[in-house]
Write a protein that binds this ligand. Structure first.
Ligand SMILES: [Zn+2]
Length: 202
């Protein structure tokens, strides 16, 4: 047996024939057995105004009700998503900048490639964000890319990250360093390490 407040919530839809056959049958049964709901049903289904006004009002009530339910659901969904994202972000995306004491880095030249190897030594997971470095704008207002900024972050190890996620390799064409303004910047918590044509192989 349906509860009274549910029946009363459903009455406008019931009167407009918008409920399923099963719900309709249950409401009918409830109305036969419940005086209170029956009275409300009679009141709601008896036109006191011009029929079109009643229909309009029912439609408005109906839409209002849908909108309210939709809003409630939407708010719940948004809250849920935000919570999940916050948890995921905490474990994956947000880390703290890496300190030089916790990072071993070495440079290598392999053929025409220059390579920078990073390894975290504090058992946390390593995430390196890379951003292009831009030079001065040229005559067309375009700022050329003149290198890369590497920003290592240490993260709480999580089941979502591979356990081996402690090292990172960055590679670039060796002849890039022939450009005077070319640089690779390794941004650590305690300062930048900058590799240019003068010191790329140190
Ligand atoms: Zn009832």
């Amino acid at each position: 047996m349906l509860k009274c407040h549910i029946v009363q919530d459903l009455l406008p839809n019931y009167i407009d024939g918008l409920v399923s056959k099963e719900t309709e049958a249950e409401i009918q049964q409830h109305l036969q057995e419940c005086k209170a709901c029956q009275a409300i049903y009679t009141q709601m289904s008896t036109p006191t105004d011009a029929p079109s006004t009643i229909a309009d009002r029912r439609e408005i009530d109906f839409l209002r009700k849908i909108r309210r339910r939709f809003t409630e659901k939407l708010l719940l969904s948004v809250a849920g998503i935000v919570l999940v994202l916050a948890i995921v972000a905490y474990f994956i995306a947000i880390g703290s900048p890496v300190n030089q004491n916790h990072l071993v880095y070495k440079t290598e030249v392999k053929g025409d490639l220059w390579q920078l190897d990073l390894e975290l030594t504090n058992n946390k997971a390593l995430l390196v964000r890379t951003e292009p470095l831009y030079g001065e704008a040229n005559a067309n207002g375009i700022r050329p890319v003149i290198g890369t900024l590497l920003k290592p972050y240490q993260l709480v190890p999580s089941p979502l990250l591979e356990a081996e996620n402690k090292s990172f390799m960055y590679g670039t064409q060796l002849d890039s360093f022939e450009r005077e303004d070319y640089k690779i910047i390794l941004r650590l918590d305690d300062g930048d390490v900058t590799f240019t044509g003068d010191n790329f192989n140190q």
